[in-house]
Design a protein. Structure first.
Length: 75
C-alpha cells in the first residue's frame, strides 16, 4: 500500500518537473504569480504560530508567586 502511494507521489512530482523543465526557479515564479491572482486571500500563519508560542511561554512562567528563598531573605 505505501509503495503505491510513493509511486503516485513520484509520478506527480515528475509531471510537475517536466511541466517546468526541471527548473525550480520557473516553478517558484509560477507559484508566486498564481498566489496573487484572483480574489483569493492568502493567509500567512507564521505570525499566528509565533504569537501562540509567545503566549505559551508567558503562561508557563510563574505569576507573582513567592518562593521560599525570597521569603527567607526578607526575614
Amino acid at each position: 500500500m505505501a509503495d503505491e502511494i510513493i509511486k503516485e507521489l513520484w509520478k506527480i512530482k515528475d509531471a510537475i518537473a517536466k511541466e517546468y523543465g526541471c527548473d525550480v526557479k520557473s516553478l517558484v515564479a509560477h507559484l508566486r504569480a498564481k498566489k496573487h491572482e484572483g480574489d483569493k486571500q492568502v493567509v500567512d500563519l507564521r505570525y499566528m504560530k509565533q504569537a501562540a508560542e509567545q503566549n505559551a511561554e508567558a503562561e508557563a512562567r510563574p505569576r507573582g508567586s513567592i518562593n521560599s528563598e525570597s521569603s527567607a531573605g526578607a526575614a
